[in-house]
Design a protein around this ligand. Sequence first.
Ligand code: SF4
Ligand code: SF4
Length: 456
Amino acid sequence: MAMLHSKDTPVVSAEIFVIPLETDRYIVYAPLRRAAFVANSRVVNFLADLQEGVFDESADPDNSLVEFLRQLKILDAGSETLPITSFSGNPEPTSATLFLTTACNLRCTYCYASAGDTPTKVMNVEIAKRGIDFIAANALKRKEDSISITYHGGGEPTVNWRVMTESLDYARQKAAELGLKVQAFTGSNGVLTDAQIDWITSNLNGATISFDGLPEAHDRNRPTVLGQSSSERVMHTIRRFDEAGFRYGLRVTVTLEQIPSLPAAIEFICSNFHPSKIQAEPAYQIGRWEHAPSADTEEFITAFRAAQERAHAHGHELYFSAARLGTLTNHFCGITKDSFALSPDGNVSACYEVFSEDNTWAKTFFYGQPDSQTRGYRFNLPVLNNLRNQAVQHREYCQGCFAKWTCAGDCYHKSLTVNGPGEFAGSDRCHIIRELTKDQILAKISESGGVFWSAP
Ligand code: SF4
Ligand code: SF4
């Protein structure tokens, strides 16, 4: 056997992961080359040798394997660019999320915010205006041409309707004076009046509506504050969004009990509505659902796969937040890149689920407060730097995971809830993320002719 270990030895030039399928079948995946193929153990061993600098020419007598790997930039293609962006110093956001209120018109069984069980907090318009002034000034400073505002929960943002509408009017006026554009979005439970629907479709650029698909499942878990069903109201809203050609996504929350009906829920949605995106996530075991059984199960994966097939048959995409092959990043969400969200009291949080100063992980996620001397904010850099340090390149546990540059470490808030503040040690979600990401890799290979996938 001719073994070479010399200047002629091909050099592995990609981070490679080997993902076992069934007996003697593996996916060889190079995430940063956006390339993958299915291989047997001979090829996997050949690559492992090359990684050690050992070239077994007899395993590739006609050089075709080496040529193939060169074509995929796995060999001899120079170093890879890591998809890492990092942040330092005081943040200069040009986007703001406004947690308008902790009040809600629904009483969802699985509410992460336990909305309605805690004293209500409501943002006043001055707090919103200060945040808008801050991001507009940053946009000018950074020579960007737009600002973005998202109205989000902790409760139902539309319940604080006056501040929602007045603050957007203010943002528009301010932006016009400064020559900026405004983008605006909301996450809502969809229980809205017709006047609110009219305003949203005329004034916002998009919305995410929580809708669990089958009306009976939705009504079991998402009753109104008076204990009535809410599905009719939500379906009315999304029908009207469709009529207006308004862009919206739907978020389906799946409890353990509802896992078997996920495919039917997606079928129902795709047969009746036209969302631009549909997301399905297991219900989080926090807030009112803290003591409920986990839905992060093997059954969820099976149901998700079946639901995805239904979605595809209708030309829709069903997605799970952390399985996203198309995205190469070191950030799962905004908490590692200076996300700027204002609580009803006007303080700065990085996390959508930490919307109030009395939340369990408030000390970890609240990193700023209004500056009494100026119209701006004072930032607590040690807290912010700890958040920035949660980007995936700093997560020891994630380093050997093939999903690391697409999942990017998953939700830090969930990891704190599961693991506590210590070193991240994985969660049941990791298995879901890897299985669904593996599906996406196999789908890419299959769409590309069944032999290999190599994105241009
Ligand atoms: S840490 Fe988790 S809950 Fe918080 S913003 Fe990120 S994804 Fe959302
Ligand atoms: S180990 Fe888990 S959290 Fe980390 S990248 Fe992989 S799937 Fe995501």
